[in-house]
Write a protein that binds this ligand. Sequence first.
Ligand SMILES: N[C@@H](CCC(=O)N[C@@H](CS)C(=O)NCC(=O)O)C(=O)O
Length: 335
Amino acid sequence: MLMVTKRTALPPGLIVRTGKFVWNTMWHTMMSQMAPRSQSGAYTRPPSEFRSRKIYPEPDRYFLIVGMSCPWAHRTLVTRVLKGLEASVGLIQVYPSTDEGRWLFELGQSALPFTDCRSLPDFYRRCHSGYTGRATVPVLWDSQTQTIVNNESAEIIELLNSEFGELANGLDLYPEALRADIDKLNDEIYAAINNGVYRCGFAQTQLAYDQAVGELFDQLDELDSRLSRQRYLCGSAGGSELTLADVRLFTTLIRFDVSYHGIFKCNRRRIADYAHLSGYLRDLYQIPGIAETCDIEAVKRDYYGNLFPLNPGGIVPVGPGWESLQASHDRALLS
Ligand SMILES: N[C@@H](CCC(=O)N[C@@H](CS)C(=O)NCC(=O)O)C(=O)O
């Protein structure tokens, strides 16, 4: 006689509660490794550890190690172009590993200094034995002493601006007369915008997210109004000049609609919705040589594909494109 076993289905409530418990526990564990947090669940970025400012301006001596999706590394690429340092300061690219959560070198890449370093953490340890901190890009590397000079983008761009003597052109992106103005804006823009988008995306509580997203859009609104009167961020209306403050804002703005708006939930508005910030972004993008430093596909792919806890399925959205960055603007009228 055929025996029929009666299978009892698990109650849906139990499945949902168990699933949520397991996922939440894993999510918090992975998030706290990817993004260190405060008691209140707010993202706290660890400080960079290599901070030398000593440069011996010789051609082919220094290299920048960069990942194309990284906004901090992008600052150094833009400054290298603006200062005409492409022929003197070399570039080494790294690529994010989808499963290891670290940057990898492309094997066989000619400029790679040590053939046995597969990953950026290997490279940091090779240059500074016993190093246990985070292995971040950008890195300014001295091939002569085989040491990392500096791994703080805010300082690397100042060094590229002022320490490469005759190797660089004479454009001053951090002029003495504007320094107080630049520093003040940099501090505000860093907290609310450059790091602000990460504070939104890496928030681990609703409260931390609400606070970060509020500050982000308040600051964007303020800058939009400032940029209605002047072409660039610093200097007075009619007399503004391109400075490092613009470089620093640019690399966040260009990633905004493509990645931060979606994956970091910075979605009260897009940059395209701002009357002046959108033209300002196009203006900077269209400076000769700058478009070549921007790799939109890498930005989209790396944010959506490699921040696993924020997008476990790894699906990369189709839009938006950035054809609109080529569109005309009337920013020159503000000069
Ligand atoms: N303070 C650094 C931050 C650089 C940074 O966070 N870079 C990210 C890529 S966007 C990174 O390399 N993260 C690897 C890690 O934290 O292990 C700077 O501005 O130079």
